[in-house]
Design a protein. Structure first.
Length: 62
């Protein structure tokens, strides 16, 4: 099962495609870089660590 690539920060609703990086916890709660910094890299929902979400490739590699 692949990651659900959420499009908005769960805290401030910022559109994440405008950011180079998004941050997620093990439950895929998703936050923008600014909110992640304010939260000190701790998910407010589960208490887990927020880490940089991997990016999908721009195009499919053959």
């Amino acid at each position: 099962m692949a990651l659900e690539m959420k499009k908005n920060c769960l805290r401030c609703e910022t559109l994440l495609k405008n950011h180079l990086y998004a941050y997620i916890c093990v439950h895929e709660c998703t936050f923008c870089p600014d909110c992640t910094k304010e939260l000190k890299n701790i998910c407010p929902n589960c208490g887990g660590e927020l880490v940089r979400r991997p990016r999908r490739p721009e195009r499919k590699i053959v």
